[in-house]
Structures are given as structure tokens and as C-alpha cells.
Design a binder for this molecule. Sequence first.
Ligand code: ARE
Ligand code: CA
Length: 464
Amino acid sequence: ESVEVEPAPPDVGIQLFQLPWTAIADECETTLGPNGFAWVLTSPPNEHIVRDEWWASYQPVSHAIDSRLGSREEFADMVERCDGAGVAVIADAVVNHMTGQDTPGTGWAGSAYEHYEYPGLYTDADFHHCGLTADDDIQDYTSREQVQTCELVNLADLDTASPSVQATITAYLEDLLALGVAGFRIDAAKHMAADDVAAIVAPLPAGTRIMSEVIRGGGEPITPEEYVGFGEVFEFTYARDLTPPLQNGVFNDPELDGDRPLHVPSDSALVFVDNHDTERGEARVTYRDAAMYIIANALMLADDYGTPVVYSGYAFSDRDAGAPTDSDGRVTPVSCALETDVPADDYDDGARTCVQTWPAVAGMLEFRAFAGDAPRLEGVDAGDAYGFEREGRGVVAVNVGSETQRIEIPTSLPSGKYCDVVSGGRDAVVDDGCRGETYTVSDGTVRIDLAPQTAVAIHIGGRL
Ligand code: ARE
Ligand code: CA
């Protein structure tokens, strides 16, 4: 019999960390669009302090769109080219604070500043001076008042309850919208009262995506749930739950009714394996272990919870090291090659990981397009292997152990031969055969022999 299921482009984003606008424009056309990414999250576009570390981006000197990642014109051109490739642009908006420098300086685009003075933009009265700790820095995350009105690592904390500060921030976001962005990551949203963020984004056009960074913290009073009224939130619990089974082989099914403890509702959740902070911190699975990273990304992209954000950065051994620059201090544009890039065993410091081009990742986006809104069925555990079906649409299986493992997964997929999209990538069906491995569904079961530390995924659109 023939089963026709139309793929629906999935809402999957990718964070291209510290990649210049000209390079992102190229990626949109050559890799992100073709591989089916719906949107790209950029690094902050604002004028920033002049320092070599990547985190200079997170110390705004003005709201001018002029940074070592590119000029205003380059940013606008990127948005246009990405839109043309079917990829929306989400900008990282740093609006909780300005710089954390105690001595005066001049920003990337030439603006003079002092710690609490940004001529023509903000003056001392526009900042919190919380007076709750010795140096006005946040010391106790269990204090809502400290977290929201004291300084995050000495960063001058804007009085985001002030109507004039709110209006200035809104104008910055409107400026980026005028250049065509689809929405924003709200950096350090936890450090602004949810009511303040709500007031800042309220004047923006309906449909503007607001993605709040609110790191869920044990015992902390401020929760991601407070920020879902006006947008999405990054659900850090997801990555934290994803990793332990990859290391101990003990997989627990999420609650199948969608009621996951310590998770915001699926529609509000942005999920990720790692991001630029966690790959330098709590993440136990990163590009450094490509086999496990593919497994983690495969499980996330096959899941029916949340909106996935794939991460692509550069290799580093020094946590603070910025992306390579030219002699003017501009970040060097690097292009990734579609279908030729596979994860490397070892990256030189500064080398781009190009995760957006990995065949397994592209294949899993195709899987997700065919999975649509089909529910995730109960999982099957076999030793260090685990797998589940998206009802009638596809099956994913992973083996996190060091030995080959057989797993048999009941499935309602029609009998037949299917192409694995992890080994074969997208468009894995070629000339009546598969680009990668082939697996057979018969009598309502698929039997998969999984090599150590591998993933397999078959879907309804990849049947021979
Ligand atoms: C740098 C230096 C500092 C210096 C400062 C000012 O490292 O020593 O004092 O500059 O000169 C990034 C870097 C920082 C950098 C900063 C500014 O990571 O190293 O400081 O830029 O250049 C908390 C926040 C969360 C935040 C993380 C990092 O809640 O919002 O800390 N994440 C975002 C970005 C970061 C960025 C900033 C915010 C600032 O993604 O990349 O910082 O714009 C528990 C809590 C969390 C807390 C976490 C870490 O888990 O639950 O809420 O996250 O601890 O403290
Ligand atoms: Ca604040």
C-alpha cells in the first residue's frame, strides 16, 4: 500500500555563535535553508566594549547596530538574504544592562562611555544601584530583589521599571524589527522583572517572537513560568534531563501526557543540547564528543516536546577566547560546506564546528518534518539502547554503550525497507537504495542492530 504523508517544515532554530553577518547570510543560502532550519539566532548585534573575549558582545556601549560581527548594512543584508532562503533571523537582545567596566572607554563604533554614563542614551539615574550587597553585585540567587535590581557580574543594571528606559529599549527592538528580524532572545531575562519585559515588548507587532533566557535554578524564586505570558522561554531542564541517560544507559520515558515536572508547556519551550554558556559550563555533551552529540541531537529532534535549537559554535580550550579575528578586530567569516562536512575527531581552537551541515542533523530535521505533530509513543529499553516511535511517522533508536546492541521496537509504520537518516542524511533514498544504512519493518516491528555510540532514525518519507 502507499502512504502519503506531506512533510511540514519543522520549527527548528539554530544558534550560530559569534558568526559575522556576511557569513550567516551565506549559511542561510547554502546550508540552513536547504537543510530546513526555520530560523537562526545570532550573537548580539549592538555596539560593545573593545576586548578580545567573545563576551564583549554582552557589554553594550550603545544600541547602534555596529559590532565586530558586522555593520548595520551587513546586518540588514543578512536578514534580507536569510528571508529569501526561508530562514528568519532572531537577534540576541542585551537589554538588562550596559557595560561592566569600571574605567571609561570608547566602544567598537566610537561611542564614549563610563560605567553608568552612555551619552545621549542613558545616564546614572537610569541604573539600579541596589544597595543590597557590598559592591551592588548579585550574591544570592534566592533573593528576587538582588537578582533583578543588583548587578550581574558588575554589569551596570538598567532600571527596567522606568518608563523612559523601557521606551529606549523598545525603540532598539523596533529598530531591529525595521531591519526585518522576526524576534529576539532576551538575554538575562531573569534579571528583569517579568512585568518589565512584558511592558518593553507590549508595543511590538503581534507575532514578534520573544525568547526569554531564564535559567531554571534550584531553590530560586524566579521561574521561567513567569515569562511565558508574552513568549517562549529556554527550558534548561530539558538538556539537564537529556544527558544522564547518555552516560548511564538508564532511559526514563517522559510523562507521555506531556505533564513533565519542571518543564514549561511544550508550546512555550525552547530546548537545546547546549548553548554558548553551557558548552563552557554545565553541559556534559558537546561538540567535543561528536558521537554522543549526534545521539543527543537525534533524541531532541525526534522528540515531541518543545522547539529545538541546534547549536553551532567554534572549538576552544580557553573559556574566554573569542572567535578568530582579522587584524582590524573583525570576526573572520567562515563558511561551512553542505554535505561534505562531518564532525571532526578533533578541532583546532577557533575552528567552526559547522553542526548545521552534519548529515545526521540534516537527516533529523527531515525526520521531524515527517513526524509532524504525531505523538511520541512509549519507549523501548534494551541494555544501553533505547528507542521510540512518533506514531505512524518514524522510529528513532540510540545505543550509548560500548558494545553492539540489538533493539526491537514495535511500530505502526507500514512494512518495508527504510533508509536511516542519521547515517544517510536528508534525501537518503537514492536509486532504489539508501545512501546510508537500511532497516526493515515487518510484522509491526523494526529490529535494529546498533553499533556502539550510534543513532538510527527511519521515517515514513524514506521508505524504499
Ligand atoms: C565578563 C567577565 C566577568 C566580569 C564582566 C563585566 O567574565 O568576570 O565581571 O564581564 O566586566 C557573558 C559571559 C560573562 C561576561 C558577560 C559580560 O558569560 O563571563 O562577564 O558576558 O561580558 C547567570 C544569568 C544568565 C547569564 C549567565 C552567564 O542568570 O542570564 O549567568 N547568561 C547570559 C548570557 C551570557 C552573558 C550574560 C547573560 C550577560 O548567555 O553569555 O554573560 O549578558 C545559576 C543561576 C543562573 C546563572 C548561573 C551562572 O545557574 O540559576 O541564573 O546565570 O548560575 O551564574
Ligand atoms: Ca536587572
